[in-house]
Structures are given as C-alpha cells and as structure tokens.
Design a protein around this ligand. Structure first.
Ligand code: DGL
Length: 283
C-alpha cells in the first residue's frame, strides 16, 4: 500500500484502539500506525509535565520513525494536558479527542447539561469543562480512577466493576442535582470507558430518574473524533473509498507488555491486532 495516507494514532495504552477502530471504519484505504505507551501507563494519575514529555516522545516516534502524516491523540489525558506540547513536537497536524467529544455532547443534549467521567488528570485539567463551555454547555466532571485498572484486568462484565460504576454515577448524579443541573448526556472521557458502556448503560437504566425524569444518553468521542479526522486529514477522500476490511494496514507498537496488548487489544479494536512490535521510548 505504497500510496496510502499514513495516520498515526497514539494512546497511553491500548484503550485508544477504540478510536482506531472508528478511524478504520471511515478510512479503510489509509495506513495506520498505532503507538501504545504501555510501559508508562497510566497517564491519568500523572502530572501535566510528565504526560507532555511522554506523549511528545510517542508522537515523534510515529512521525519520524513511522512516517505518520497526521496524528490522532486517542488518549483523553494526553489530549487534555498535552495537545499543545504534542503539536509543538511534530510538524504534522494533530487532533485530540476532547473537542470532538464536546461537539458530540452538544449534538446529543437537549438540556445543555452534560456529565463527564474521566481520569483524575483529565478532570483536574478541566479540559472537558472548557470545551463544553465553548459549545455553550454546562458540565460536571468526575474522576473515576478505579475504572482503568478494572478494564485493564479484563473485568468489563464483573459485579465489582458494576458496583464501582454505580457508586461513581450515584455521586455524579447527586452532585449534578445539587447544582441544579438537568443532565441528559454522559460523556465517556477516557479511552477505556467505551468497553464499560454496557455496564454503564445498565446502571443508568436501574437508577431512579432525576426530578425531571429525563433519560441519559451515553456518548464516547471515538466516533466524533474519527469524523473530525476524516474532515481534517482526508479532505480529498483518498483514504475513504471501499469498505473497512481485514486488508487495512495497521501496525501496532507498544513500549511494554506486547503479549497483553495482543490478547486484550482485539476487544478494543474489534478484530485481531496482529503482531505487536516492542519499542523503547526511554524512561
Ligand atoms: N488513555 C487514558 C485516557 O484516555 C486512560 C489510561 C491512562 O490513564 O493512561 O485518559
């Protein structure tokens, strides 16, 4: 596939494969290179400075060593804390997941009040609050630090996970109601949470409706990010012709735990990830 457009996709781990999946569906003729910084995951508990350094190194690998002509930062934490630093580190266009997520929230909400579940670092950055506010929305963000390890463990359909989700959502709904919000949309602001979507939707279904009795829509930014990537990186449609299929070229790189990436990654990508290559980006 010599003439294929090369798109780099980056995440702190393999959760970002949910974004890659949405990209492949829309641009099956592109060549994708994915880097998961599994050795240094989680980013969600780290400082801005550290996340920026790690993410810039991965971005440089994708551009310099793998020839990426554009980058999608699938990691919410890196998008929230380090989008500018990544853009400064590479000479190609860079797209994060926060703005597309806020746009999807605006399209979904009727009340204009939005809830966001994310990592600690993403919540502390208030990147979603800023992006939602830019869309004219009120938002309330909640850090849910236990969810990434549960997904990493493969406990996506587990009673413990369901209970943890219930506790977080009860707290979030309680805080929102105390602020007088009528939230009708929940943004999954972390790469790993789409894997918990069935559990999250089930818990929401079982919760008493708030005083306005409105239903809650769950959205993740993978789809809207992929749509934004098509508009920005494939305006001439070169990568879009044809259907998504096994022939789309995808190369995956990880900084650690290649076997785990190969084993669990298929759940995120929706098909086998193939042979994952080990890379060393430094400490
Ligand atoms: N990729 C991160 C995110 O979307 C979750 C995993 C981590 O904390 O590194 O925020």
């Amino acid at each position: 596939m010599k003439d294929a457009r090369t798109i780099g996709v980056f995440d702190s781990g393999f959760g970002g494969l949910t974004v890659l999946r949405a990209l492949v569906e829309r641009m099956p003729q592109a060549r994708f290179v994915f880097a998961g910084d599994t050795a240094r995951l989680p980013y969600g508990s780290k400082s801005r400075r550290t996340v920026a350094r790690y993410a810039a190194e991965s971005a440089q690998f994708l551009v310099r060593a793998q020839g990426a002509e554009s980058l999608v930062i699938a990691c919410n934490t890196a998008s929230a804390l380090a989008l500018d630093a990544i853009q400064d580190a590479v000479p190609v266009p860079v797209l994060g997941v926060i703005e597309p997520g806020a746009q999807a929230a605006r399209a979904a909400t009727a009340t204009g009040d939005v809830l966001v579940m994310a990592t600690d670092a993403t919540v502390q950055s208030h990147a979603y609050r800023a992006a939602c506010s830019g869309q004219g929305l009120r938002s309330l963000e909640k850090a849910c630090p236990l969810l990434v390890p549960l997904v990493e463990e493969g406990w996506t359909e587990h009673a413990v996970t369901e209970e943890v989700v219930r506790i977080y959502l009860n707290e979030l709904r309680g805080e929102a109601e105390a602020k007088g919000m009528l939230a009708d949309t929940l943004v999954l602001g972390c790469t790993h949470y789409p894997l918990l979507r069935p559990v999250i939707e089930r818990v929401i279904e079982q919760m008493p409706r708030d005083r306005s009795a409105i239903a809650m829509r769950v959205i993740d930014s993978a789809e809207s990010t992929a749509e934004a990537a098509v508009r920005l990186f494939d305006a001439d449609g070169r990568a879009q012709a044809g259907a998504a299929g096994a022939e789309t070229e995808i190369r995956c790189f990880a900084t650690d735990s290649v076997e785990k990436f190969e084993r669990l990654g298929s759940r995120f990508l929706g098909r086998p990830v193939g042979k994952v290559e080990l890379i060393d980006l430094g400490g």
